[in-house]
Write a protein that binds this ligand. Structure first.
Ligand SMILES: [Zn+2]
Length: 218
């Protein structure tokens, strides 16, 4: 049923399940998981296995097979089989994001930051603050090329964009590391609206980007 092509990294899902993400990133992951059955189930399995077990695990890098490894090493008495939950096709109003909005996405008060680019910063303080914001990119508009000082999570809520990584449509999530550079461009006929959690300011590669930066306020 799912057309989602881009998912969080396994270690991001594990960190979410263990409650180790800051609030901003947790909201983005929860929003994706509300749309993506596959990731909702992976999170549930991590939770079932237990954060304590993950904490005890050797600090090897978590890879795609990490979940299988964790399950294999878990106490065989633990029931890791979880029922399939109908996580897909949730109406927008039931997304975790709705707790941060007054009304729906249609009611967001956008602030223009550049031609074809506007944003709305949401309050996500939590126990470790991150910056949570909605970004709206007009069709055909390209963001200045930029990299990130820290990790950045982006989930698409409306429309689509493409960048060096691929095409991202509704539900798709970009899980970027510090240093990843990209140039997202909104594609299709409607504006692309994304929910973004940034751990650190963007680093623009171009003069235009550096001019825009103070207006974006990050
Ligand atoms: Zn997913």
């Amino acid at each position: 049923m799912s057309n989602i092509r881009h998912h969080p990294k396994t270690e991001t899902l594990a960190a979410f399940a263990a409650g180790r993400l800051d609030e901003a990133r947790a909201v983005v992951i929860a929003t994706h998981a509300a749309i993506c059955t596959e990731c909702a189930q992976a999170i549930e399995e991590f939770e079932t296995v237990g954060g304590a077990f993950l904490e005890d695990a050797e600090p090897v890098a978590l890879r795609d097979d990490a979940l299988e490894n964790v399950l294999r090493r878990a106490d065989p008495g633990v029931n890791v089989v979880t029922p399939q939950k109908p996580a897909g096709d949730l109406p927008e109003t039931r997304l975790p994001l709705s707790a941060y909005l007054e009304g729906s996405i249609d009611d967001v008060a956008w602030r223009a930051v550049a031609p074809g680019l506007s944003q709305s910063v949401l309050k996500a303080e939590g126990y470790r603050p991150g910056v949570l914001r909605l970004l709206k990119i007009a069709p055909g508009v390209r963001m200045p090329r930029h990299s990130h000082k820290g990790e950045e999570l982006t989930v698409i809520l409306r429309g689509a964009y493409k960048d060096e990584i691929g095409d991202f449509a509704v539900g798709d999530l970009a899980d970027l590391d510090a240093g990843d550079t990209h140039t997202p461009e909104a594609i299709g006929d409607e504006p692309c609206i994304c929910l973004i959690a940034a751990a650190a300011p963007l680093r623009f590669k171009t003069v235009l980007g550096r001019i825009v930066q103070p207006f974006i306020g990050l």
